[in-house]
Design a protein around this ligand. Structure first.
Ligand code: ADP
Length: 259
């Protein structure tokens, strides 16, 4: 059972939000934010009302991925109104920072921001709130799993052993706090060379599949390395909205149908 400090209430729902789904990874740079953004868009494409919260206060990337530096406003009760892009409600520390400098924040302040972004943002009504967690299993992640009733977690990894080892730690955190692991998304699974059609397994092969089997959870999807995925993230229009008919968008639609 998770260690719950005396007097601290257990995980609670966010009023008006049906499902909260955490997107997590053990390591940084495996494409967690890319997966979170495109999963949110794929869920939205099914007609659901979707929000996306960037919980990575130290390295926020969601604002840039949606090409926005719009400042969120507040309502009469001082709740933050999320920024709307591509049909999603978005909140990220990136909207609040003056420039792109990483936030220098001490632990207790980060915990307060985390609570504020979950509780004092006008998310409702939503079918899904997707959380882009920071990599690893630090304070922010613990605050979230201990205070928010999560419907489940999606684990992002590359096929590489070092990424898989770290992903196991993230899985362990969710298991200890009784959050269902919905499955694994393997990112950067392969590169299909556009000129000769040859498939290169740049980071190895089958890691996600083996890990999913070991954990007895589904392998939700395999996302190839594509220049378009990186470019679309950089120009502020993630691949699911930039190229909705492409193989990557279709893979995200498949992932969305399983969460
Ligand atoms: P994380 O959130 O795990 O740190 P990001 O989603 O920020 O990772 O991705 C890191 C970098 O890799 C970004 O520049 C992103 O555009 C790029 N990237 C992620 N997934 C892919 C992919 N499948 N193909 C090409 N580039 C990718």
């Amino acid at each position: 059972a998770p260690a719950q400090a005396a007097g601290v209430p257990g995980p609670a729902r966010i009023p008006g939000v049906k499902h909260v789904i955490a997107v997590a990874s053990g390591k940084g740079g495996v494409g967690k934010s890319t997966v979170a953004a495109n999963l949110a868009l794929a869920l939205s494409a099914t007609g659901a009302k979707v929000g996306l919260l960037d919980c990575d206060f130290y390295g926020p990337s969601i604002a840039m991925m949606f090409g926005s530096n719009e400042r969120p406003t507040a309502d009469d009760e001082n709740n933050i109104i999320p920024v709307e892009r591509e049909g999603l409600k978005l909140m990220s520390m990136g909207f609040l920072l003056e420039d792109d400098s990483p936030a220098v924040l001490r632990g207790p302040i980060v915990t307060r921001y985390t609570q504020q972004f979950l509780r004092q943002v006008t998310w409702a009504p939503l079918d899904y709130l997707v959380l882009d967690l920071p990599p690893g299993t630090g304070d922010i992640q613990l605050t979230i799993v201990q205070t928010i009733a999560l419907s489940g977690a999606v684990i992002v990894t590359t096929p590489q052993e070092v990424a898989l080892i770290d992903a196991r730690k993230a899985v362990g955190m969710f298991e200890r706090t009784n959050v269902p692991v919905l499955g694994i998304v393997e990112n950067m699974s392969y590169f299909l060379c556009p000129s000769d059609g040859v498939r290169y397994n740049i980071f190895g092969e089958g890691g996600g599949q083996r890990e999913a089997a070991r954990l007895k959870v589904p392998l939700l999807g395999e996302i190839p390395i594509q220049i378009a995925v990186r470019e679309s993230g950089d120009i502020g229009k993630p691949i699911v909205s930039a190229d909705p008919e492409g193989v990557v968008a279709q893979e995200f639609i498949k992932i969305a149908s399983q969460v």
